[in-house]
Design a protein around this ligand. Structure first.
Ligand code: SAM
Length: 479
């Protein structure tokens, strides 16, 4: 039970004015005081759900499936493991899981429902720290592209780090107020998620001070931003495409009213896709309009709101804009492309990668295959992944190449034991029992996925983890 949870009376009065008749305010307040259950999503790009279940059984984790996300699970770890944060476990460090509140898995489930996103161009307008972007990216094939946008400079770093940890290669990151998309990228996306900035009323179980600065005035102010963003989403979406709008707040000012603003502004051009059959018992949170208004007591989660729309036809943006400025990349020349393909074939017996190689000075990047449709419309903070850097004797491979593609290697891999993995993430070299005659780079494997690069050096593997990823906290084992 949270001892210091802060719920202002003005907030309670407001909630009483809109809580549905079949729910009680007392149950709502009681659920706000209950600690939140831990939930994770398995990153199936790196680990199968079956392997996750095996891992959980081996480590005495009790897991319960999240009904609306096939790779989402609530989990309870035994008491003797609690001293090790989930973020420092081998399964997390190797990018096989993402810690994500269960209700926050619902918007992407809604986006994916009856939609095959695999080769689509998808926009996540407010993406950091990336729980939903990484969930969307999992549904894309190498033909698909995700543009993940975030306005806050500090949060875009965590977005980028999470994309890298989960081994996502076909994503472009941008750093704008998302209201620009409608102007610069009219009709560019097959599907859009707007997980909007909001007043966060639903997050009280995680953050006991979530309501500290609560006021109706700030709800109204945020709703104005949300209306601006949802209009921008409409213009950026292709006709026939779907838009999911979600928040982690409860007030209808930031939820139903924002959706109504969209429906009023673009009357015959957009319609609601009802979500009351999204999963078994979705009806318990469905509103008359077909949105999901998730009160914490319904599924024992955070508070959340999800709405889905389909765009029937386009309305031209009144003030379209065109990007100016040069693009600093050029397609990689034939010699560099061949050299790169040779290196990965010779060292790791790997085939050429799906995607396009591009260069910026010495850097060699892998861009998503279908980035061409959106590449020149805005400036991106980064596109795809850094594969390596060219130098006079060849190409030095980069960490991201390893975390995204290392699992495809057929040779020169080394399976880390838990204590070696601990050394690796703490930036130490890995001692070998015998002197090796192997040479050059080696891919380091943990939980059957690749966590980075090292270099064979006689009786050790030299650590190739980038300095900024080195950790000094307690890692991997709890004893
Ligand atoms: N979708 C994220 C996830 O699942 O990890 C959470 C997004 S959070 C609800 C909303 C995000 O919107 C915040 O990271 C915030 O910095 C960002 N934001 C705020 N104003 C924005 C704007 N005008 N344009 C784009 N993003 C904005």
């Amino acid at each position: 039970m949270h001892a210091n949870i802060f719920i202002p009376q003005t907030f309670i009065d407001d909630v009483e004015s809109y809580i549905p008749n079949h729910l009680s305010i007392d149950d709502y307040l009681a659920s706000c005081k209950k600690p939140l259950r831990t939930a994770v999503r398995v990153n199936t790009k790196k680990m199968s759900v079956d392997s996750f279940k095996q891992y959980a059984a081996q480590n005495d984790w009790q897991i319960t499936p999240v009904p609306w996300c096939e790779n989402g699970f609530w989990l309870v770890r035994p008491e003797n493991q609690q001293s090790l944060s989930l973020g420092n476990t081998d399964i997390h460090l190797s990018g096989c899981i993402y810690v994500q509140e269960a209700s926050s898995m619902m918007p992407v489930t809604a986006l994916l429902n009856n939609n095959d996103l695999s080769d689509c161009c998808v926009l996540d307008m407010a993406a950091a720290p990336g729980s939903k972007s990484t969930q969307i990216a999992e549904a894309l094939s190498s033909e698909g592209v995700l543009v993940a946008n975030e306005y806050s400079s500090s949060r875009i770093k965590s977005l980028s780090a999470n994309m890298q940890r989960l081994g996502i290669s076909n994503c472009a990151l941008s750093h704008f107020d998302a209201s620009i998309f409608g102007q610069y990228m009219e009709q560019s996306f097959d599907h859009i998620l707007l997980d909007a900035p909001c007043s966060g009323e639903g997050t009280i179980r995680k953050d006991e001070n979530a309501l500290k600065n609560w006021s109706i005035e700030s709800n109204i102010e945020i709703a104005d931003v949300q209306k601006r963003l949802i209009e921008s989403a409409f213009y950026a979406l292709k006709a026939g495409g779907t838009l999911v709008y979600s928040t982690c707040t409860l007030t209808p000012l930031e939820n139903q009213a924002v959706c109504q603003h969209l429906l009023n502004t673009f009357a015959d051009h957009i319609e609601v896709v009802p979500l009351n059959h999204l999963f078994e018992n979705a009806d318990a949170s469905a509103t008359a309009e077909g949105y999901l208004h998730i009160w914490p007591q319904i599924y024992d989660t955070e508070g959340f709101f999800v709405a889905k729309f389909v765009k029937k036809s386009h309305v031209p943006q009144p003030e379209p804009k065109v990007k100016k400025g040069a693009f600093p990349f050029t397609p990689a020349d034939k010699k560099t492309t061949e050299q790169f393909n040779q290196i990965i074939k010779k060292q790791f017996a790997m085939k050429p990668l799906a995607g396009e190689l591009w260069q910026r000075e010495q850097e060699l990047w892998l861009f998503p295959l279908n980035i061409a449709n959106v590449i020149d419309k805005i400036k991106y903070s980064r596109i795809g992944i850094l594969l390596g850097k060219t130098h006079k004797n060849g190409i030095r491979l980069h960490h991201e190449f390893a975390t995204c593609f290392g699992a495809e290697a057929l040779k020169n891999t080394h399976k880390l034991s838990l204590s070696e993995a601990c050394d690796y993430f703490q930036g130490k070299d890995i001692k070998l029992a015998q002197v090796t005659s192997d040479k050059d780079e080696v891919l380091l494997m943990l939980n059957n996925t690749c966590v980075g690069l090292g270099k064979w050096q006689k009786n050790k593997i030299k650590n190739g983890l980038p300095r900024e990823l080195v950790r000094d906290s307690q890692l991997i084992t709890w004893e």
